[in-house]
Design a protein around this ligand. Sequence first.
Ligand code: PMP
Ligand code: GLN
Length: 383
Amino acid sequence: MQHPHLSSKLPNVGTTIFTVMSQLAAEHGAINLSQGFPDFSPPERLMDLVEKFMREGMNQYAPMMGVPALREQIAGKVNRLYGAQADPDREITVTSGATEALFVAIQASVQRGDEVIVFDPAYDSYVPAIELAGGVPVHLPLLPPDYAIDFDRLSHALSSRTQMVIINSPHNPTGSVLSPDDLGQLAELLEGTDTLLLSDEVYEHIVFDGMEHASCLSIPALRERSFGVSSFGKTYHNTGWKVGYCVAPPRLTEEFRKVHQYVTFATTTPMQYALAEFMEDASHYLELGDFYAAKRDHFRSGLEKSRFDILPCRGTYFQLLGYDRISERPDTEMGRWLTEEIGVAAIPVSVFYRDRTDTRVLRFCFAKDEFTLNRATAKLKAL
Ligand code: PMP
Ligand code: GLN
């Protein structure tokens, strides 16, 4: 058989690490703390609502920009939490997960040769999306131990070629969070420029120790140039539903929707109606920080007597563990070994760096029930 020649548009990209590690975990029957997803169900009532709306006939295409009731709920939430006025009709679009929103925001605004600043370690979908748009990723490091933005370096990297800066707080994989002061500094640097901000806030409700999430939507000087992206998957324990959204000023939303309508057109209908009704009560997301703080603390205390170094975790449902005292293996090998031989799967953090910086740190997802966490810590403690 003769195959047509296809030159890759993403020659440096393989299969995403989340698929690789979840598959490896399944093959070896390992406890899967690699790919980030809960091993417990969404709230019962939310699932009942999906069924209700399916039975009531909400099974055909949703409006392209999202079900009005859901966009109104999102508007109400960002107003209450971040003091942002967002017009549901002109500024809020429901997407098929945050992944779609991130991809669409980048395709809609980055042109060939435009620079986009990303901070390493960076979530793995950003750079391929920039490259498909013909943009040029400019990588800046987040500085350990706090994985903080180096604003001097950012200021030097910004130029008239910078079309976009991408930030992510709370941060996957490091669990760091940006403060209002960080956002203020960013606003100052971007003032007077045409640079856009893409703010990935999918873990907005998973912030610990009395801190509050600092949203790009809460600072007018950022809001006017931002695509603020979030996901219901993290908030309502339903990553498989793939419902997310983007809040952006009308001019940006207009361009965003031009792309969104030809990527997915619309997002799954009954889930949108169910989420809209469920969101009328805010208590679930208001209590989510405490819910996950308890899991974080449980996981960390289970590892207290282990030889892992437990890094700070201020948000998200990921815990970084350094294993310098256990092994000198590179982190990709360590992740594989841990999965195959010890029976606990984790993500090597080097994959989030363009240059594969290896600090011998692995990322563990603690969005799991106590039983799963106990089984995992028992194995990890023995190393
Ligand atoms: N951004 C970050 C930082 C994430 O961790 C994830 C997924 N876990 C996403 C975006 C994608 O979200 P979704 O599953 O809603 O597409
Ligand atoms: N965002 C999730 C993680 O960081 C996984 C998402 C995915 O599998 N694409 O683990």
